[in-house]
Design a protein around this ligand. Structure first.
Ligand SMILES: [Zn+2]
Length: 259
């Protein structure tokens, strides 16, 4: 399987780099900025074989043009239904991405909501989920719908609990602050907030995240929990029934009254 490491970009993005044993060719996920990727490839003497894109936002796609100029044969995988210049291999649900230098393949999940055509790449025990799920939180709903996002998060929640979630931003501390507002008595959230503070103070990324931990600490995956339901209803000032209504209230609460 791959060795996966982050390259930080902008203020809080991670560009994941996938490398297989003893092969100088690598893939990167969502290179919003070419500069840190090119610097890293040069310093580690690596060659870029593939770019994997999850959705169209500029902080995930802005580096494609310069990376293609530097590596003209690079394969650029991305969602078929989003406007992204430079894609060479458009993907839809169920497609397999076979990286030519690597025996493992990745499977494509369509997980709309943050954007209408957002996809994820699933490998053996891991998921590159872009801006859909974050550690302790989830992405905002831009050109998709609340119902789509709620369904996409439920789909991720159904994966094996030991799945590692490679999200694209370092938002964990902020997200856990909101999680604590929703569930002040949840000890798993408090412990995670403390562990995250330690990691960040040592300059360590707080991701990838383990799905089992998300299920205990991420309010957006806990819409069936009675405390989460009660808190969302109190914020919305009305009874809420069903996953979509609960999710929408939590997302709106965080958008309007927290961030
Ligand atoms: Zn985005």
């Amino acid at each position: 399987m791959f060795n996966i490491t982050p390259t930080p970009a902008f203020a809080d993005n991670y560009i994941w780099l996938l490398k297989s044993e003893q092969n100088p060719e690598v893939a990167v996920v969502d290179p919003g900025d070419a500069t840190p990727v090119l610097e890293r490839l040069q310093s580690e003497q690596l060659s870029l074989g593939a770019i994997l894109i999850t959705h169209h936002h500029h902080d995930h796609t802005g580096g494609i043009r310069r990376l293609k100029a530097a590596f003209p044969h690079v394969r650029v995988y991305g969602p078929a239904d989003e406007p992204i210049p430079g894609i060479t291999h458009p993907l839809t649900e169920g497609d397999e991405v076979q990286l030519p230098w690597c025996s493992d393949s990745l499977r494509v999940f369509e997980i709309p909501g943050h954007t209408a055509g957002h996809i994820a790449y699933a490998g053996d025990g891991l998921l590159f989920c872009g801006d859909t799920l974050f550690a302790g939180g989830c992405g905002r709903v831009f050109d998709g719908t609340m119902a789509q996002m709620a369904a996409s998060l439920q789909r991720i929640a159904q994966l094996p609990e030991e799945t590692l979630l490679y999200c694209a931003h370092e938002y964990t501390q902020d997200n856990l602050g909101f999680a604590q507002l929703v569930e002040p008595e949840n000890q798993a959230i408090a412990a995670r907030q403390e562990a995250t503070r330690m990691m960040r103070s040592q300059g360590q990324p707080s991701v990838p995240s383990l799905l089992s931990l998300e299920l205990k600490t991420n309010p957006f995956l806990r819409t069936q929990n009675p405390t989460v339901i009660a808190a969302a209803e109190q914020w919305a000032k009305k009874p809420l029934s069903g996953n979509v209504a609960l999710f929408s209230a939590l997302r709106s609460w965080k958008d309007r009254d927290y961030d």
